[in-house]
Write a protein that binds this ligand. Sequence first.
Ligand SMILES: Cc1cc2nc3c(=O)[nH]c(=O)nc-3n(C[C@H](O)[C@H](O)[C@H](O)COP(=O)(O)OP(=O)(O)OC[C@H]3O[C@@H](n4cnc5c(N)ncnc54)[C@H](O)[C@@H]3O)c2cc1C
Length: 691
Amino acid sequence: MSTPIPQQILDELTDVRLPRNVRIAESREMRLIDGIEIPVYRYPAVVLGSGAAGLRAAVELKRRGIDVLVVTRKLFWGTSAFSGSDKQTLHTACTKHRGDDFTKMAQALGGGGAMDEDMAYVEAVGSIDAFAGLKFLGLPLPQDRYGAVLRYQTDHDEYGRATSCGPRTSRLMVKVLVEEAIRLGIPFIDHSTALSLLKTGSGDEERAAGLLVLNRTDHANPYGLSLIVSPNVVLASGGPGELYRDSVYPKNCFGSLGLALEAGIELSNLTEHQFGIGTRRTEFPWNLSGTYVQVMPYVYSTDESDGSGSEYNFLADYYRTTQELVSNVFRKGYQWPFHASRTLDYGSSLVDLAIFEETRRGRTVWLDFLRNPEAVPGDLPFDLQRLDPDVRSYLENSNALLETPIARLQRMNPLAIELYKQYRRDITRDPLPFNVNHQHMNGGIEVDIHARSSLDGCYAVGEIAGTHGVTRPGGAALNAGQVFGQRCAAHIHSRLQRQPEIVDEHQEILRKSLAWLQRNVGNSDGIALDALADEVQTRMSDCAGFICRVEDVAPALAAARKLNQKIAERGVNIAEPRLLSEGVLRVQTAWLSEAVLCALDHYIAHGGGSRGARMLCAGDGTKTPDSRLGRLGGYRFLAENEAQRSEKILLRYTPHKGIQVRERALRPIEDTGKIYFEKNWGAFLTGEIYR
Ligand SMILES: Cc1cc2nc3c(=O)[nH]c(=O)nc-3n(C[C@H](O)[C@H](O)[C@H](O)COP(=O)(O)OP(=O)(O)OC[C@H]3O[C@@H](n4cnc5c(N)ncnc54)[C@H](O)[C@@H]3O)c2cc1C
């Protein structure tokens, strides 16, 4: 930055303190089941999860006069509160200079395919309100002297629709939203994990009826079992951070896709994820995108994990010239997620592939901000005069044509340095170990334009919702959570005006859940939780990661099925009550892993090729990346089957049929140019737009 930034401002944007004085809900009713007392809470709407998406839904509901309860595993845990990057990004319609075009933005959001046209348009149009609401609540979005928000270009974004409050945009979103929740007096139940989704009715009449949760702070019964009765359940419990071993999610982010699966809710696009470079969650999970790589640090590997032993300038085996090497490291800044097609023609994803190969050899990969990249053998050394034109002009425009990576980073984004300092990593002194990690689940619960799932009365917002397609522009995840947080609230508001009272008859599920808990707590014959976690995560990272060998998928699916059968037969060993919620979540994650592998197996069997973040390697693949040292034959991969861009893969579990997978064509959108004020006003006034 050209203007020096005082330390106090750096601190405020990186060390974001969250208010803890939320209102705690109290139950005034008890239910007695088999001699066990269970507290009951009754609310017109309940939100599961207190990340940016869940809090937005709760605030929007309360502002519409609906008494809403927020139930959460940990008030300020989760991806929104604890993740970020150099400039964590919010992607909305561009509000500067010449403005934007919603139709074009929608096309960009769905550009990689497998995204419904109506959803993309809703996200584009809704981004304005989502964004304005956050600004109104005090989110410090940067703007110029005329009030236009500052923008930049990010992944899958040709236009420059990204903006950021710094490394911790999503935590700042949580902050302003929770402050609003406190102002509105929204009640919370903290330290509570969802065990089951309650349903009522059957067949076409089946609908959501609430949640059964394990509340660690309630001692009415030995398990903390509590009943939340509500006709409107908003699932906002985030992404499956514990699904993969190599993961840049904060620890203990599970989400509840397994719970949704068990409840028979339809899921979509489970094959679609994001993987990219970041520091490992065994140390401090953080994305290394944007300026971290645009300053072109030296990337190298060592034999030993503490950095000792021989040092390898391994990228030089892949790129042909020093200029090509450093320019591609730079491009990872805004081409951050791995993309199979970018491993071709010496593109930027060859960096991820090379890191994968080094890690496979047991080496540790490092970023060193004190050294410029080493030369490719036989070529000229690194020189700021020898950069690809796009790279050179970016650095020039940022006044950052400086001698060392750390000087460039200091100039372009001092917040990025400060952030690591707070986690006791001084990148002005020491190199950073990192690798390629699972970062986001693009798929999830299949929802419509009001965030409704396939179960009446059950909504999904944020990362648990499968709103994205194969690719998503950086920042679109945070935007989607805000847009659908608003939209589900508006829909629930309209629904509450016409829906009947909920029937409260949950004896059977309560008995079943109690029996499950009694069986698995202290079940020394059951599978140990650590072993369960290890088996699931290893299989997912090794067989369904960003580099995926086609021949590994079917055996991995068979092994995942076997594991779930074993869980059904032997149960798990929840050795002590404090591990109750972990036990439940590990079992749900094992379920989810089977579902993801099932979707992937189906996709491959139906001619699916490499797309988005996954490279499907196969002997009969038609594409092969090249390196300076020759063809990378071991990474020959299947090309994308473009016909599959126009469909989504849906998946559902039923007790009689097990997991079933099918495709459906993308939902189109009407010609929005033919929507006129007088013609369409009535539909708004009568609530027809929600039906
Ligand atoms: C390193 C990293 C960087 C990222 N950068 C960006 C970015 O720049 N731009 C962008 O758009 N996206 C980014 N993302 C993705 C984005 O941050 C997430 O998709 C988003 O924050 C998810 O918000 P959420 O509210 O859906 O879930 P979360 O913020 O994860 O919140 C989930 C909530 O649910 C609760 N919960 C979870 N499971 C249960 C359960 N079973 N029972 C009860 N409660 C439960 C948790 O305690 C938590 O409160 C990034 C992700 C990572 C990991």
